[in-house]
Ligand binder design. Structure first.
Ligand SMILES: Cc1ncc(COP(=O)(O)O)c(C=O)c1O
Length: 389
């Protein structure tokens, strides 16, 4: 009775872990949450206040399908501050990056068309391709290449039916960025094949100081760029994102946006205008520093416990951790941790098949105190399981 796609999609282990965590919490037990990829902070007050004001002013009607002009201009200015000229015309505001992915798949893929994505990678990517009858092709990526594809990986995976690539920089679950030269080389190759390149930059700005570029648009102005208010701007529940498209794609994207979504959330858009004010930006930047400090505490603690973090992230709020010294499969490891120690961590299986049993993802979207408690519990677990180094 239900579609093949709906039968095909597997539920995420992380959701089952979240549910189990909730059951422990309902019984009064404290759970340490390293599983959820969502900032633990409330949306910054200037944004929430702008949302209230918009509601009070009756901003509750549909907007233009591309989003309100003032917000698109703020996003264009955000790029201008990074030294990149992107006209507001090329910016389409969407219902989260997720809405952006629905639009991009609808714009760029026909039934049977192949889309190259990474493994590990953001798990929903394959579903967006399948939604329009596309065929996701997983390109395995490895620690030796910072969990990003090389030009050769893309060339080898490219076939007759391949239409494009969807990469992320920084990526989920690894937090690594595509190297500048590799990004440019892949774009040249893809262009030569008449294909498209989508770069997911949803973790833009949550990057370390050493990174050499903030947006792929500074290197390749004609790629499709996906972004969101969810992560750096701390607005997950407002469901707002944007895409930057080449000029020729504006018309077709607008038609799709009109038909598939009518418009993004009006109140969220007016609130998001305040996300770019100095007051809000200083809060976001402060939180970014907090994430960096947490990453250090967590990475240091995990390494001291004998875990291997083969690649330190360039950004986002994740550590992709090799647990092979435990000789446990990542799913067993995560289930035993939540059941016996109430520490929630996501197994590699949620992000693909490549070495999935060997890796787990820690999200440091929780307080220093909670991270320290999590490390103490991990230490006890290793001791009890006879795995202490
Ligand atoms: C890499 C990546 N892309 C896209 C999304 C979707 O984000 P949203 O729809 O909240 O903007 C996520 C969410 O975690 C993500 O990690």
């Amino acid at each position: 009775m239900y579609s093949r796609l709906s039968n095909d999609i597997s539920p995420f282990t992380v959701m089952q872990l979240v549910q189990r965590a909730g059951e422990f919490e309902a019984k009064g037990k404290r759970v340490v949450h390293f599983e959820v990829g969502e900032p633990d902070f409330q949306t910054a007050l200037p944004i929430a206040a702008a949302g209230h004001t918009a509601l009070d002013a009756g901003q509750t009607k549909y907007t233009s399908a591309r989003g309100i002009g003032v917000l698109r201009q703020c996003i264009a200015d955000f790029y201008a501050d990074q030294g990149i000229t992107v006209s507001a015309e090329r910016i389409i505001v969407t219902s989260g990056a997720s809405g952006g992915l629905v639009l991009l798949s609808s714009l760029l893929l026909d039934a049977g068309d192949e889309l190259l994505i990474t493994d590990p990678g953001y798990p929903c990517n394959e579903v967006f391709a399948k939604l329009v009858g596309g065929v996701p092709i997983k390109v395995p990526v490895f620690a030796k290449n910072r969990f990003q594809p090389t030009l050769a990986d893309i060339q080898n995976a490219w076939g007759e039916k391949t239409r494009g690539v969807l990469l992320a920089s920084p990526a989920n679950p690894t937090g690594t960025m595509l190297a500048e030269d590799e990004l440019i080389a892949i774009q040249h190759f893809v262009e030569g094949q008449g294909g498209f390149f989508i770069l997911d930059e949803i973790y833009q700005n949550l990057t370390r100081d050493h990174v050499s570029y903030t947006t792929g648009l500074s290197l390749c102005p004609d790629i499709f760029v996906l972004n969101s208010f969810s992560k750096f701007f701390g607005m997950t529940g407002w469901r707002l994102g944007w895409v930057v498209v080449p000029e020729l794609a504006v018309g077709p994207m607008t038609k799709l946006a009109q038909n598939l979504f009518i418009s993004p959330s009006t109140v969220a858009q007016y609130a998001a205008v305040a996300a770019f004010t100095d007051a809000a930006m200083s809060i976001h930047n402060q939180r970014k520093k907090t994430f960096e400090a947490r990453a250090k505490i967590l990475a240091h603690g995990l390494v001291a416990l004998g875990f291997n973090i083969p690649v330190m992230p360039d950004g986002a709020f994740y550590l992709y951790v090799d647990i092979s010294h435990t000789n446990m499969d990542s799913a067993d490891f995560c289930w035993r941790l939540i059941e016996e120690y109430q520490v929630a961590v996501t197994p590699g299986y949620d992000f693909g098949d490549s070495n999935a049993g060997r890796y787990v993802r820690f999200a440091y979207t929780t307080s220093d105190e909670s991270i320290k408690l999590g490390l103490e519990r991990l230490s006890c677990a290793l001791e009890d399981w006879g795995l202490k180094v």
